[in-house]
Each structure stands twice: as structure tokens, then as C-alpha cells.
Design a protein around this ligand. Structure first.
Ligand code: DMJ
Length: 456
């Protein structure tokens, strides 16, 4: 089924928005996101590996030809370093590792080089935004005290390690190792990492902590850096398990109805709200269970299962059986959005991602059942003639479509659905880690690394 869904999403993108970043499935035209500046083709690059894995050979071939002829980074444009890294660098790296086609390696390294000026700050903590022609960077104007964002500068590690591996140029890995060093030198309030860090002073901004937006994939990349290093990156390992310990103590709570959730922390006060983005953490806890101190393995799996259950409830308690952007555990509600501007669903993957990890790690059939419920809801409410669209209010009787087919729907949501219903030997966890945009990157086995060093 996810293959049919991919075909529908891809065919319509191709028909109405080919070469542009995303598709507007209701108005049947292109959608230009300013996150990528003038870089074009986000949906193509994000979808490459999904097409490959689903064996959509014709489509993969036309996507590859587009990349060869049209993917161009010589543009005068300000881009989000994080978004371009996870979608474009990540997408190109995976396409290279899966297909072995040199063009993807070349383009990934070329783009990586364009991103390097972002690190020209007093601390080496990169800017959020970068003009890839002039090399001038800056931060989001809304970010606390001119800060860079934890989930942005903390979500470069996997891709940059691979860029060094594939180019033979150590500079990429050095840049991300330096981020680690800066973080390790800092005092952390209650062992937690605030979402904001000023790249000039090297000091934290507001003490807001989140495992959802602004924080999320930083934690994910600590664990995955360790896994991707064939479990040699002890620093990443320690930072991850220490952070989870602090998260459990200060952020994880149980509602009176028995639902475990991860709250947000604002200078010591809890906001009893969980984002759809936060739901990825169920899968992360389960993936990290194996490496946890031996008495904690079962506990981390259990934590993953609890988060999966809570996130499933957030879907189940809506009219459309699709989860809201954020849901609360206060004012007499549990796992329900109470604010109008938190009731939307934009085809996000995190809940299905967690089902996929839980399925692979426990084989409890309920995760496939829950995944199937999501398929039915997507088909019923998000599928339109011209592709798939997000929904403005998942509690409403009638769909109000937002008219955007997000590129991560093709790279993540549909890929995780496909994997949820595949055998475990398709992209097995021993050999692959998924970047935060669901692009698989191979584990760098000790032997590979040594061999290459010898060759060099
Ligand atoms: C994706 O770009 C990535 O999953 C990122 O980590 C968070 N936001 C979207 C999907 O929701």
C-alpha cells in the first residue's frame, strides 16, 4: 500500500511541480519553501532513497537524471543550514550508498563545502542561516538572544562524519567534533541542554528544554553517532545516556489517566504539553535500549512502548485519527490539543517512525495495527486528486486542506510505513542508521575505516 501511496505522491509532484521544491496538491502547482533558498528539487532529493528502496526503478532513474542535469548549488540564496543538511546532504548521501552512483557522492560533498562558512563564528557553533554565495551567516531573528538552535547545530553530526569519510577531507568531522567540545565544556542546568546557545559568547540563551521542536534531533544524533561509529564513539554514548537520565528525572511524567508523556521545561517550570515532533522519542528510547546499562535495557524499551501508546492515543482521540501538532495534559484533558493553532497535521512521520522502531524491536503486532490505522486515515483525509495534503484541524468533521505535500512525507512517512510492513532484513539496524529525515546511512565498521586509512 505504501508503494501505491508513493506512486500517487510522486506522479502528482512530477505532473504539477517537477523540479520545484514541493507540490501544492489542491492548487496543483509548485510550492517554494524559503528554507532552501533558491536550491530547487527538495522533493526529488528527499525521495531518491525511498524510490530506490521501493524498487521504483523508472522513477529513480528520472530523479537521478534531474539531479545530474539540474541540481545546482551555485545560487545567491540564504538557506537553513539544518534543513539543507538533513534533506539535501542526507538524501544525496543515502542515494549514493544505496545505488553507488558517483553523481550523488559528488553533489553531497559539493554541497557540504558550501555549508562550511556557517561555522565561521567565534565558538564554531554554526549559524542557522547562511547565504551560500557570499558565505555570510546569521541566526533566526526570533531566537533568544541571537542564539543558534540546539536541534539545528546538533543535527549535522551524522552527515558530516560521512562527508569526511567519502571525501577524505577531515574538515567536516572536525567541525562537528568541535560542537561536541563546546557543549561538553558548558554547565548544564540539572543536566539538561537548553534549546538556545549563543555562537559568539558560547553561553546558553533562555533555559527552555524540549525533546520536541528546537531540541529533538540533537538527542537522536548523540545516540545514532554512537551506533553509526560501530559503538566506538564513547563520548556520544555518554552524552546520550546522561541526557536521557536527566530527561527522565525532570521531563517525563505520567498523567492521572496513566499516560506517560514528555513535558517541556522552562527555567524549572513544566509545561504539560507534548508535540507531535516529540513522538519520535519512543523509537529513540527503544533503539537505545540495547546500549543502556544492563539493568536498564528493559526499562528503555518500556519507555519507548509507553510513548508509542501515548502518541497513538493522541491520534485516536481525534475525529480524523491523525494526531495534532501538539497535545496537552492539563486543564482536564489528556493527549488532546486545546488550542486552535495546535490542531493541524502536516503529514509528519514521528508517530509512524516510533511504530516502526517498536515493531522491529518487539514484534508486538499492535504496532502494525496502529500503522494500518494511520494508513487508513491518510487515505481518507489527506489523499486528494493532486497528491497528499496536510489538514488544518484533525478534530473537525470536514477536511480543510493546507495544500502542501511536504517533502518529508515521501522521505519519511511513506518510507517508515514501508519498513513497518517489510521484513527486518530490509535496511537492518546493525548496518544502517537513519538520519533525522529518514535517510539511511551505513554504520562505519571499524574494519572499513581501518582499510580505508591503510589505502590512503
Ligand atoms: C523533518 O524534516 C525531520 O523529521 C525533522 O527532524 C523534524 N521535522 C520534519 C518532520 O516532521
Amino acid at each position: 500500500v505504501s508503494l501505491q501511496m508513493m506512486k500517487h505522491a510522486w506522479d502528482n509532484y512530477k505532473r504539477y511541480a517537477w523540479g520545484l521544491n514541493e507540490l501544492k496538491p489542491i492548487s496543483k502547482q509548485g510550492h517554494s519553501s524559503n528554507l532552501f533558498g533558491n536550491i530547487q528539487g527538495a522533493t526529488i532529493v528527499d525521495a531518491l532513497d525511498t524510490l530506490y528502496i521501493m524498487e521504483m526503478k523508472e522513477e529513480f532513474k528520472e530523479a537521478k537524471e534531474w539531479v545530474e542535469k539540474n541540481l545546482d548549488f551555485n545560487v545567491n540564496a540564504e538557506i537553513s543550514v539544518f534543513e539543507v543538511n538533513i534533506r539535501f546532504v542526507g538524501g544525496l548521501l543515502s542515494a549514493y550508498y544505496l545505488s553507488g552512483e558517483e553523481v550523488f557522492r559528488k553533489k553531497a560533498v559539493e554541497l557540504g563545502e558550501k555549508l562550511l562558512p556557517a561555522f565561521n563564528t567565534p565558538t564554531g557553533i554554526p549559524w542557522a542561516l547562511l547565504n551560500i554565495k557570499s558565505g555570510i551567516g546569521r541566526n533566526w531573528p526570533w531566537a533568544s538572544g541571537g542564539s543558534s538552535i540546539l536541534a539545528e547545530f546538533g543535527t549535522l553530526h551524522l552527515e558530516f562524519v560521512h562527508l569526511s569519510h567519502l571525501s577524505g577531507n577531515p574538515v567536516f568531522a572536525e567541525k562537528v567534533m568541535n560542537i561536541r567540545k563546546v557543549l561538553n565544556r558548558l554547565d548544564k542546568p540539572e543536566g539538561l541542554y537548553p534549546n538556545y546557545l549563543n555562537p559568539s559568547s558560547g553561553q546558553w540563551g533562555q533555559h527552555h528544554v524540549s525533546i520536541g521542536g528546537l531540541g529533538d534531533s540533537f538527542y537522536e544524533y548523540l545516540l545514532k553517532a554512537w551506533l553509526m561509529s560501530d559503538k566506538t564513539d564513547e563520548d556520544g554514548k555518554k552524552m546520550y545516556y546522561d541526557a536521557v537520565q536527566a530527561i527522565e528525572t525532570h521531563l517525563i511524567r505520567k498523567s492521572s489517566g496513566g499516560l506517560t508523556y514528555i513535558a517541556e521545561w522552562k527555567g524549572g517550570l513544566l509545561e504539560h504539553k507534548m508535540g507531535h515532533l516529540t513522538c519520535f522519542a519512543g523509537g529513540m528510547f527503544a533503539l537505545g535500549a540495547d546500549g543502556a546499562p544492563s539493568d536498564k535495557t528493559g526499562h528503555h524499551i518500556e519507555l519507548g512502548a509507553e510513548i508509542a501508546r501515548t502518541c497513538h492515543e493522541s491520534y485516536d482521540r481525534t475525529r480524523m485519527k491523525l494526531g495534532p501538532e501538539a497535545f496537552r495534559f492539563d486543564g482536564g484533558v489528556e493527549a488532546i490539543a486545546t488550542r486552535q493553532n495546535e490542531k493541524y497535521y502536516i503529514l509528519r512521520p514521528e508517530v509512524i517512525e516510533t511504530y516502526m522502531y517498536m515493531w522491529r524491536l518487539t514484534h508486538d503486532p499492535k504496532y502494525r495495527e496502529w500503522g494500518w490505522e494511520a494508513v487508513e486515515a491518510l487515505e481518507k483525509h489527506c489523499r486528494v486528486d493532486g497528491g497528499y495534503s496536510g489538514i488544518r484541524d484533525v478534530y473537525n468533521n470536514h477536511e480543510s486542506h493546507d495544500d502542501v505535500q511536504q517533502s518529508f512525507f515521501l522521505s519519511e512517512t511513506l518510507k517508515y510505513l514501508y519498513l513497518l510492513f517489510s521484513e527486518d532484513d530490509l535496511l537492518p539496524f546493525e548496518h544502517w542508521v537513519f538520519n533525522t529525515e529518514a535517510h539511511p546511512l551505513p554504520v562505519l565498521h571499524k574494519d572499513d575505516v581501518n582499510n580505508e586509512e591503510n589505502q590512503n
